[in-house]
Design a protein around this ligand. Structure first.
Ligand code: ADP
Length: 459
């Protein structure tokens, strides 16, 4: 069995099965065997099952949130927020299932009709990370099921309890075995089973760029479709014409969510020279008032990091920045309460050559850089291998437009730190991956376009 520990105190929270390869293959068989019947169901029937699942989970949100706090360490308000976000995908795709429209195209030949249909891609697989144990699963499986695909999911072995609870509720709702399967065990071996099975026609992965590349190469051998949502290095750009208070509040909220362990977390904060010092002081004032604690309470707190490797990485990165000349305005070390807690930290006097500028931090660290011109900050924002999201704060409409066009990212967010919801296309460019999740774009990833030419209609 896989033992799941609470990052806040190391206690044992529960166990998940450590499946053998034969058991994993049997689950893949079930996923593939269930496809013909599931894909032939009426869209309305698939929609009703998804809706039922949505309702059952919605009526028991608190139970899901508590499991998430225990296995992931995020605070209760973050967990409840994630559940609303994640439930949104089930609800949205329950509706969208009925709207996978095709097309007719004016015929190019006499006595013929051109019809374009969208057909489910086939049995699919997904691998998900630990930072959003609930939402990462719902946004993949709800889309797949709505499109008429079946799906097998391997959640992170660090947070499998939320995942198995979602499966349990899906079964209660009537979503059958095979249509939604779940496996846990050795990630590399399970990944190889997924990528190596010809019957699996699509894989959706969210996680590190390194693992994403590995899976993409393996999928390339079989020309499987993929959706990849990988690392980020989000710029958060504050111009001097921005609403100062909104920028500060949005930054603090976005950065401390999930203790900074989010792929869209502001990772390089660029503040215009003329407001830099005031901005740093105000962020420091606010952050200093936020408590670092375990998450099972009503107040929003900064929780622990996921594991020792996560803590060591953040600690080493801050130490390295200090060595390279950074100024530590606040925090700068593991928290005095011990364990996996790290102090919310603010760093200034940074430059783009420092290691921290090119690294996805995944911790409660605010690295604040200065800039003086728009052209300069666009170039610096783009000088990263990643391209997931960029945040821009300005009240100048023309500048907002220029920035939106100039930044290489899948998502540009103006004047707020809030990005995702079910109705928008989430995803990146460059080494942040490809494909989109959410909205009507998301479902396109799970269908194949089929062109049908009906000729000889005069006979
Ligand atoms: P993170 O740093 O967020 O944990 P990973 O890419 O390591 O990112 O993990 C994301 C998901 O990928 C997890 O479910 C993990 O178990 C899985 N994973 C890790 N290594 C592999 C691999 N070699 N093949 C398939 N899946 C993997």
């Amino acid at each position: 069995m896989i033992q799941v520990h609470n990052p806040a105190d190391g206690s044992l929270v529960g166990e998940a099965p450590e499946l053998t390869l034969d058991e994993v293959k049997a689950a893949v068989d079930r996923t593939c065997n269930a496809f013909p019947a599931w894909s032939r169901k009426l869209a309305r029937e698939r929609s009703e099952l998804l809706r039922k699942w949505f309702e059952l989970v919605r009526d028991d949100k608190r139970a899901f949130a508590e499991i998430m706090v225990k296995e992931n360490g995020k605070c209760l308000s973050d967990a409840m927020g994630e559940i609303d976000y994640g439930l949104g995908f089930i609800e949205w795709y329950a509706e969208e299932a009925k709207r996978v429209y095709g097309d007719t195209i004016p015929t190019h030949a006499a006595n013929a009709q051109v019809i374009v249909t969208k057909e489910p891609a086939g049995p699919t697989a997904a691998i998900t990370p630990w930072n959003f144990p609930f939402m990462m699963i719902t946004r993949k499986i709800a889309t797949a099921l709505a499109a008429g695909c079946t799906m097998i999911i391997k959640p992170s072995e660090l947070t499998p309890l939320t995942a198995y609870k979602l499966l349990e509720y899906a079964r209660k709702a009537g979503i059958p075995e095979g249509v939604f399967e779940m496996v846990t065990g050795n990630p590399k071996e399970i990944g190889e089973v997924f990528t190596g099975d010809r019957r699996i026609r699509k894989i959706s992965f969210t996680g590190s760029t390194a693992v994403g590349k590995l899976l993409a190469s393996a999928c390339g051998q079989d020309l499987k479709k993929m959706t990849l949502e990988l690392g980020g290095n989000a710029p958060f750009i504050v111009f001097d014409d921005a609403s100062f208070d909104d920028a500060v509040a949005s930054l603090v909220g976005a950065k401390l969510r999930n203790s900074g362990q989010v792929c869209i977390s502001p990772n390089r904060i660029f503040v215009h020279d003329s407001i830099h010092d005031r901005f740093v002081s105000e962020v420091a004032r606010r952050v200093a008032n936020i408590r670092v604690d375990q998450g099972m309470q009503d107040e929003s707190v900064v929780g622990p990091l996921i594991n020792q490797a996560g803590l060591d990485k953040v600690a080493a990165l801050v130490e390295q920045s200090r060595t390279e000349g950074a100024h530590v305005v606040l925090g700068g070390k593991p928290h005095a309460r011990g364990g996996l807690f790290y102090e919310p930290t603010i760093l200034t006097e940074l430059n783009d050559r420092m290691q921290i500028a090119g690294t996805e931090i995944f911790g409660p660290v605010f690295p604040i850089y200065r800039f003086s011109s728009e052209d300069e900050v666009v170039a610096r924002a783009n000088s990263t291998e990643y391209g997931l999201v960029a945040y821009v704060f300005t009240r100048d409409l023309a500048r907002a437009f220029r920035m939106s066009k100039g930044i290489d990212a899948g998502m540009v967010i103006l004047n707020t730190g809030s990005v995702g919801t079910a109705s928008v296309p989430f995803g990146g460019v460059k080494h942040s991956g490809y494909g989109r999740e959410g909205s009507h774009y998301g479902i396109e990833e799970y269908v194949e376009v089929k062109y049908i030419l009906m000729s000889g209609l005069d006979k």
